[in-house]
Structure formats: structure tokens, C-alpha cells
Design a protein around this ligand. Sequence first.
Ligand code: ADP
Ligand code: ASP
Ligand code: MG
Length: 412
Amino acid sequence: MALIVQKYGGTSVGSAERIKNVARRVAGTKDQGHDVVVVVSAMAGETDRLIGLASEVSGHPAGREYDVVLSTGEQVTIGLLALALQDLGYRAKSFTGHQIPILTDSVHSSARIRSIGEKRIRKELAEGTILVVAGFQGVDEEGDITTLGRGGSDTTAVALAAALKADLCEIYTDVEGIFTTDPAICPDARKLEKISYDEMLEMASLGAKVLQTRSVEFAKKYDVPLMVRSSFTEDDGTIVCKEDEEMEKAMVSGITYNKDEAKISVVRVPDRPGIAARLFRPLTEAGINIDMIVQNISHDGHTDLTFTVSKGDYRKALELVRSKASEVEAEDVIGDPDIAKISIVGAGMRSHAGVASRMFETFSREGINIQMISTSEIKISCVVDVKYTELAVRVLHEAFGLGREEVTEEPL
Ligand code: ADP
Ligand code: ASP
Ligand code: MG
């Protein structure tokens, strides 16, 4: 008998019929003699609908009340799934974040889980109950409702699995596992059998929304055995685990894209110590994260500085930098929200030379201009015009041989 945490995403619980399908799957796991804790998301499109409503009544929806609104989607699905399970003759109970409790910090809309109360869960499991827990939500020290950021139900599931030392955490979604790239934009994408925590961490943080980045961090930190699979088929999905010998062979395991960033360039900034600090300080103070930064070689005492921020922070960042730019005597500030960041990820890059040049040559052949580049040990990212996103992903996928059955070490 094992303890299994299963998470079902929005599409998997998108209608009454689908919730009944999930109930049958959960019941099947229980019938095999396992203890089951289920985490569910809101029905597909519901969180977006709630965000829309909040934006209709407020110019800047945020904070405590925003989370009160956003968290309601998951309260509906936990109740419905528990009802469906009871209908099949199983003992099932729904739990919101504060009933567990899932304690978080107070950073509304992107709260971090601090601890999870095990007592109630253990008691219910001992009584044979299937627990149905609301994903994406928690409660802070004050007793206020918090949410964990978009896609946060993945993190709820993995954190629960870590706290309970579960034998397996299964993430059920609308694709059959983790693919070499988003199957929605690349028909050639291939399902991976396994991927390392580190590669998945890069893929998630670079835009592969199949898992929330925080959930992979949790899985890695607490060694949670993780499987991503489809709620619509019986096929095995993708295992996310520690890196092994075999994985090292794949030079590039995946391609990701992120259309959620915008670029800001500060033109002809005086090239003196302290200028970058003055430009970026107001952004840090406003809680705006900067992703890529590029500074050019200086010419006659001046240089250009370009960086990216998330689209949500773009207007604010532009305003703050514009006000500082005149103070530091920069010539101009240019914003561009129509960009995409295309990245290639692979643990094998550590031991292969020439990956970057193959990426650049592929773009050059297609006439795709590279605006910015950044690298780390196991990834290379390029910023390009957003209109090239799909093309860029497909040509890289092909250039690195990812669509083929066998990805083996091949000469560059
Ligand atoms: P859920 O609602 O189940 O949490 P999401 O929409 O958050 O599902 O994540 C699943 C989606 O992630 C897929 O439908 C797919 O389009 C997208 N995706 C992006 N990159 C990848 C990838 N590398 N592998 C699999 N899916 C990916
Ligand atoms: N319902 C939330 C969202 O749409 C959380 C999740 O689906 O994981 O972001
Ligand atoms: Mg998701």
C-alpha cells in the first residue's frame, strides 16, 4: 500500500462529465489499496474569468481581496469531486487551504508555502477517507486567504507529497507528459520518458507551463518522485527525477518559449560607476524582477543598456526608468513588448561545444534576428521578435533532432 498524491488540472476538471471521469480514476487508485490525496485546480478558464471580474470592478485588482476572489474556483471543484466520489460509494472529503492548513507567507498572488499541517490529513487517511484538497490557495499567519501564482496547484500537490513523504506525486494534465517542446505549437514534439529536476526547472522557468517552477523546486529539494501524465489516457507519462547517466547523452532535451516578457533599452547612458545601480534601484524597490540584461561596449563614454521584465510589470518599469533616465542624462528610453524569449535546455550542453553556434546558424538561415542572448550551464536563451516564436521553436526542434525517436550523441 502506498500513499499517492494526484493533481488534476483545469482541463481535466473542466466539466461535470470530466469531474466524474476524474472520480473514477481516483477510485481506481483507491481500489488498488492505496491512500489517496487529490489536489484539484479550478475548472478550465475559471481563474481567468475571476481575474476579468476583479478587473471590471477595480483598476488595480491586487492584494487580500483579489486572492479571496481568485481562490473560489478551486472551492467549487473540490466540492464537486468529493460529491462525485461519494456518489461512487467512496468516503471522500473536500478541504480548502485553511482547513488543512497550508500555511504561506502574506505575499498575495504569489505566496510561498511555509508549512503544511499533517495531523488532520493523517487522521482522515487512517479512517479511509480520500482527501480532496484545493490547489493554488493557502492561508497566512493572520488567517487571510493567499494564492500561489498562476499554475500554483502543481506546487500545492508537490508540497503535500513532500510533507507527507508520499510514494508518488502524479500530475494529471491535458497532454501525455513533458514533451521536447510545447506540443500545442510543434506537431513534431516528442514525449520524454524521463527528465532531470534541473532540466525541468530550467524548462519551467523559461516558459514550459506544464509545471509551475516552484513545484519543481519543491520536488528537487525534497526528492519527490514526480510523474506528469494525461487524465484522458492510460499511458505512462514523464518521470521527473535526479539526473542519471543516460540523460547526460542528450545534448538538448527541450525547447521553450516565453511571450510574457517585454524589453526596455536605455540609449546612450554615461558609462560611469553607479549609473546602473541608480537606474535599477527604483525597479527593485517596486518589486519588479529583471530577467535578462545586456550592456554594450562603451563608445565615447556612453553605452546602451537593455533588459527584460515580465509583461505585467512593463508599463510600470518603463515609467520608472524614464523618470530616472533624464536624471542620469541618458539620451532615450525605448520599450518593446513584442518580443519572445526562445530557449534550448539540456544537461548535455555541459560537455558539448557548438550548441550555441548551431542555434545561431539555424536562426540566421531563417532570417530570424537575435536581439539578446543569455546563457547558463544548461541553457541558451535568445530574444527575438514575437512574430517568429512558432517558427523559431520548430526550426530549433528540427535542428537539434528532437523529433526523432532516438536522441543520441551526434557530431555537430
Ligand atoms: P493544467 O491545467 O493541467 O495545469 P497547463 O495548461 O497548466 O495544464 O499545462 C499543460 C500545457 O502545457 C499543455 O497543454 C501544453 O500546451 C503546455 N506545454 C508547454 N510546454 C510543454 C512541454 N514542454 N511539454 C508538455 N506540455 C507543455
Ligand atoms: N487555477 C489556477 C490557475 O489557473 C491554479 C492552477 O490551475 O494551477 O492558475
Ligand atoms: Mg497548470
